[in-house]
Design a protein around this ligand. Structure first.
Ligand code: ASP
Length: 401
């Protein structure tokens, strides 16, 4: 805990100097800021794929029976679906009440030619979960395909008695422990990494962009704050029987990392460390719930996407019917599941929702200017929800035993 506190202090220092020097030196700080940010983020990315492979397999292999796995899976996915729907509803209600998109008189959209539209449709997203080549999926960093393959792999090992099972058990458990130790080393790069990230953002973006999109910006932020501070803590205390403040303190390092990296995936190793070592969630539960959560459970992204789409609809002066709102709800669930856990992925996935309700993709240009800042907030909510999910599923599973 002492270690954690001093690290938090150093990260805070990195943050403060990042703002200060980014503001003072503007673009001339970039040659120093970018390499520091890249080194930190790349080392985190380096360990993500091995962690996913080892943790999913060792998590499943430590589960006693197929029956226990089914129950765990049911609880996990129920939590993910319910919290995602609650997040979207919060966003939809807020944006309809606040109407940030009405009165946008000059519909200036940023250049959209360079915005990558998400490929394919919703069905393709589901079909794409199956890897045609699992090794390619691993080297490409296609997390959802790797998770699918590793679940299948571990389920089959579970069928074997003793010999293979104990070999793979030791192998994956050992690998997982090594990776977690690596996390503890790498995290000491965080203060410098945070300095680089923050200085870069301040020098490049500035905060001027917020002013024109103030109402939209604060609608998304308000929704995220409500979800993070009201909805999820309620669920945590009711179904996980845990004090939200205590959980917050336990998760501080992961929360900071998510905020600064804007990547749930890069944060995953630290989320796992905090949940297992500080919250004392059983490793087999955390190993199963968290990698899947980082990939499919994105409450922050879902809420943001719901607000952004309806904001664009309002800016175009269109009223959505009730049925269209339901379509937005359903496609947003899938778009948030399909969004990769990397910076700006949620933004790209908005194209899928816009297509579903027949809106021009140019609308995206409207929200681009503040996306980087909102990404920090929504990623933090994404991993906050994953960690609450791990505690809830852990408590409910323990109660059953
Ligand atoms: N950056 C988010 C994450 O990694 C995804 C998004 O862009 O919404 O969780």
């Amino acid at each position: 805990m002492k270690l954690l506190k001093s690290l938090t202090f150093w990260i805070f220092l990195g943050f403060t100097f990042g703002i200060l020097l980014g503001y003072l030196f503007k673009e001339s700080i970039l040659p120093f800021a970018h390499p520091l940010a890249t080194i930190f983020i790349n080392t985190l990315k380096m360990i993500v794929m091995p962690i996913i492979i080892f943790s999913i397999a060792s998590g499943i292999l430590n589960i006693e029976s197929g029956k226990e796995l089914k129950k765990l899976g049911f609880k996990t996915f129920s939590y993910y679906l319910i919290t995602t729907i609650l997040a979207i509803l919060t966003g939809q209600i807020l944006v309809i009440l606040v109407k940030p998109g009405s009165n946008i008189t000059n519909l200036v959209t940023a250049e959209v030619e360079n915005i990558p539209a998400a490929e394919g449709n919703i069905l393709d997203i589901l079909i794409d979960i199956i890897p045609t080549n699992p090794f390619k999926a691993m080297t490409d960093g296609n997390v959802i395909q790797v998770i699918f393959f590793m679940i299948l792999f571990a389920l089959i090992i579970m069928q074997f008695e003793n010999k293979y099972r104990s070999f793979f058990n030791d192998f994956f458990q050992g690998g997982f422990n090594v990776m977690m130790e690596m996390v503890r080393w790498i995290i000491w790069l965080a203060p410098l990494g945070v300095f680089g990230i923050v200085a870069g953002i301040v020098a490049e973006t500035g905060f001027g962009a917020i002013i024109g999109l103030m109402k939209y910006f604060f609608t998304v932020l308000g929704g995220l704050i409500f979800h993070a501070f009201v909805t999820l803590p309620l669920i945590l205390s009711l179904f996980g029987k845990m004090n939200p403040w205590q959980h917050f303190k336990n998760m501080l390092l992961a929360i900071e990392t998510a905020f600064f990296t804007s990547s749930s995936m890069a944060t995953l190793p630290i989320t796992m460390d905090c949940v297992i070592n500080n919250d004392k969630v059983e490793p087999k539960v955390a190993n199963f719930v968290l990698p899947i959560g980082a990939t499919v459970n994105m409450d922050g992204t879902a809420l943001y996407e719901a607000v952004a789409v309806i904001f664009i609809v309002q800016a175009y002066g269109i009223e959505l019917t009730f049925v269209q709102l339901i379509i937005v709800l359903l496609t947003t669930i899938l778009a948030s599941i399909g969004a990769a856990a990397i910076p700006m992925a949620g933004f790209v996935m908005i194209t899928i929702i816009l297509k579903a309700v027949g809106l021009p993709l140019e609308g995206l240009g409207l929200v681009l200017a503040v996306d980087r800042l909102l990404d920090m907030a929504r990623t933090t909510v994404n991993i906050w929800s994953d960690s609450c999910g791990a505690v809830v599923v852990n408590y409910l599973s323990r109660k059953e035993r």
